[in-house]
Design a protein around this ligand. Structure first.
Ligand SMILES: [Zn+2]
Length: 202
């Protein structure tokens, strides 16, 4: 009987103040924010860097409308899907880069909101702090990868900034309609992602 009452009280408390729960437990996440995300029955307020960056639902594409990139341009022949225009532009850009002995290989294109949630869950399960995870991983609805126009190039990590590939992209990507989304800019609320490029031409 007591156990049942305790469970009811706990459930009521969680339902009544989910955001407060998360904020109290991880006090470096903001107590108030523009949005929150529910991960395995815990609500987390989003770091304020995401405020104003939620994608329009029209920009979140349906995976079935996408086309697959050629295996020769994907890491270990991953199956990577993007919009038709993004594929055309990326194939052209990769061919131009190859002429300069630069190999463009991607390891991520379209990712659904569900996929984004799985990344967050996995990293939390690995023991990473929610503040770090939610700063580094776009919450569902906020990732440019939902658009089918964003690509991560290999190596998709900080050292990419020191590669010949990055140097080449800085000089030529714009000619093919690609732009770096999260540049090395101290005014930007986002961490620098030298490997993340988006097809922005219409
Ligand atoms: Zn990316």
């Amino acid at each position: 009987m007591y156990i049942r009452q305790a469970v009811i009280i706990l459930v009521v408390a969680v339902l009544a103040a989910p955001a407060v729960f998360a904020a109290a437990e991880y006090d470096s996440l903001p107590a108030t924010s523009c949005d929150s995300v529910l991960v395995d029955s815990t609500w987390y307020m989003l770091p304020t860097q995401w405020c104003g960056w939620k994608l329009d639902s029209a920009d979140v594409v349906d995976g079935i409308t996408l086309v697959r990139l050629p295996d020769s341009l994907t890491y270990e022949e991953y199956r990577i899907y993007v919009t038709r225009e993004t594929r055309e532009a990326f194939v052209k850009m990769a061919a131009a880069a190859a002429k300069d002995s630069v190999k463009l290989i991607t390891d991520s294109g379209f990712r659904s909101p569900g996929f984004q949630m799985r990344i967050i869950k996995r990293r939390l399960k690995e023991g990473q702090k929610p503040t770090r995870v939610l700063r580094e991983v776009a919450p569902p609805g906020y990732s440019q990868h939902h658009t089918g126009r964003a690509l991560d190039l290999v190596p998709s990590e900080a050292r990419f900034a020191h590669t010949k590939i990055y140097e080449w992209l800085q000089q030529h990507a714009a000619e093919f309609g690609f732009e770096q989304s999260y540049p090395d800019d101290s005014d930007s609320p986002f961490p620098w992602e030298s490997w993340h490029w988006m097809y922005v031409a219409k």
